[in-house]
Design a protein around this ligand. Structure first.
Ligand code: MN
Length: 474
């Protein structure tokens, strides 16, 4: 029997505001526990909510960027449930009339329909330590957007692509910081499997906060459901959590039906009215979105895959633009290759984010630009250019410093061994000849080293090292 997966997503994205959705308390991920709490956030009787206009504005921008229809009147409702970190006893959300409906994101495999975007408050945080439960209310009342798709996905790769595109859009419109580790952006995945055309019973996996957790949780849960059905069992409608240490999903509770939350409009809050001109104005002022950024890049001749890589975050795209603002298309294309094949690979190996590097090393853009220019005008070889990039990234060296103090030339001696190894690795035929007694091949390798270093290293030293390395391979 062949089973088909069907997946839908509910993403919670923290709205990028200074203060909470209905109180004056600050939103601060770094603050000490319970220092960003106003009366309302702690559920004090009589504390009244005052809506944060900025949060509404940013949610509106997001909904428009997601091609949504805007409800010019949206309403806040109370969603009741009991939990230790929800002091009010209800969450303020938009159930009956969300701010945005019927949007979509265009993905490479097709359109993903977005059913709704609503605004709501986050709950507090429970911290379980040494048999006790501690409550931190700093998150209580933090504004969130919940972005809900239709069940339009059939593979985890599609879910990841959608998440990346959603993140790129949120970063482009600057409405969410999207730091997944900090929980700024987290996904609940609905998943069911079926061997027929009818949908199976779905489980919901909550609070996945990394791409790899999303992927692994889907794979595990789909397998679990398929195995359950194959052995004649029944899939339960459940809410689950993913344990990233064990790579398994575990049920936490039965999924509640909507009526159990006793939704009703919050009597302390007026409906949110947005006038048509204002909506139109926000729409016209939307910044360039990832799709348009990619079109720009493709117009320079950059491949589609690379255009995705360069637009994963706004900072990455801006880095490229800054780097290449006075380059012709040919050089832009070459720069795109430098970024995706050399720079990002190098950073991934070192576990450094490009964004962090740019923040730390203010000269990086200028330096990187100089190196690309030198390399592409063949004033230095690719090998040396790569060494220079290493120096700049790892040791925060400045380009001029590298060049003027001939640090680089010393560096060539140090890395001569590496250069020789990489040349030899690419020449198995020549090495065979050497093994068979053709010693003149040494001079061929010396020639290659001199070429790669633009003659900036000692030929005798190179020869010595090449023989040493060749002997090792005998
Ligand atoms: Mn929610």
């Amino acid at each position: 029997m062949k089973f088909k997966k069907t997946l839908g997503l509910e993403v919670h994205a923290q709205i990028n505001t200074k203060t909470k959705l209905f109180s004056r308390a600050l939103v601060d991920d770094e603050a000490n526990a319970n220092t960003c709490v106003d009366f309302l956030d702690a559920g004090f009787p009589g504390a009244l909510p005052v809506v944060n206009e900025q949060a509404i504005h940013l949610a509106l921008r997001t909904a428009l960027a997601l091609n949504m229809e805007i409800n010019d009147v949206s309403i806040f409702d109370r969603k009741h449930y009991f939990y230790q970190d929800l002091p009010l006893g209800y969450q303020i959300t938009q159930f009956y009339k969300p701010i945005g409906v019927n949007g979509y994101i265009e993905c490479s495999f097709g359109k993903i329909r977005i059913n709704r975007l609503h605004i709501e408050c986050d709950a507090g945080k429970s911290i379980y330590k040494e048999g006790r439960t501690y409550i931190d209310l700093n998150r209580s009342g933090v504004p969130l957007m919940e972005i809900v798709t239709e069940p339009d996905f059939h593979h985890e790769d599609e879910v990841i692509e959608y998440m990346k595109e959603l993140r790129a859009i949120l970063l482009a419109v600057k409405t969410c910081k999207c730091d997944m580790e900090k929980g700024n952006l987290r996904a609940d995945v609905n998943i069911s499997v079926s061997a027929t055309n009818e949908l199976g019973t779905r489980a919901e996996i909550k609070n996945l906060n990394s791409f790899s957790a999303i992927r692994k949780a889907i794979q595990y849960e789909a397998n679990f459901q398929i195995e359950t059905l194959k052995s004649g069992g029944v899939v339960q409608q459940e809410t689950k959590l993913f344990d990233s240490n064990e790579n398994v999903t575990q049920a936490i509770r039965d999924k509640a039906d909507a009526h159990e939350y006793l939704y009703f409009p919050d009597p302390d809050l007026l409906p949110v009215k947005l006038d048509k001109e204002f909506i139109q104005q926000v729409k016209e002022n939307l910044p360039k979105l990832p799709k348009e950024m990619r079109e720009d890049l493709q117009s320079y001749g950059i491949q589609i895959e690379q255009s995705y890589v360069l637009t994963e975050t706004l900072e990455r795209f801006e880095f490229f633009e800054q780097l290449t603002n006075d380059f012709n298309n040919d050089l832009k294309l070459k720069t795109s290759n430098w970024i995706s094949s050399e720079l990002l690979g190098k950073l991934a190996k070192l576990d450094i984010e490009l964004e962090d590097l740019l923040r730390r090393n203010r000269h990086f853009v200028d330096n990187f630009k100089e190196i690309i220019k030198l390399c592409e005008t063949e004033e230095v070889t690719r090998v040396i250019a790569k060494l220079m990039i290493d120096e700049i990234i790892i040791h925060d060296k400045n380009f001029n410093e590298l060049f003027a103090n001939s640090e680089l030339l010393k560096k060539i001696d140090i890395d001569l061994d590496l250069l020789i190894i990489s040349i030899l690795d690419k020449s198995p035929d020549e090495i065979e000849k050497f093994k068979k007694g053709k010693v003149q091949i040494v001079m061929y390798f010396v020639g290659l080293v001199m070429k790669e270093t633009k003659g900036k290293c000692s030929a005798d030293l190179a020869k010595e090292k090449i023989i040493e390395e060749l002997e090792k391979r005998k």
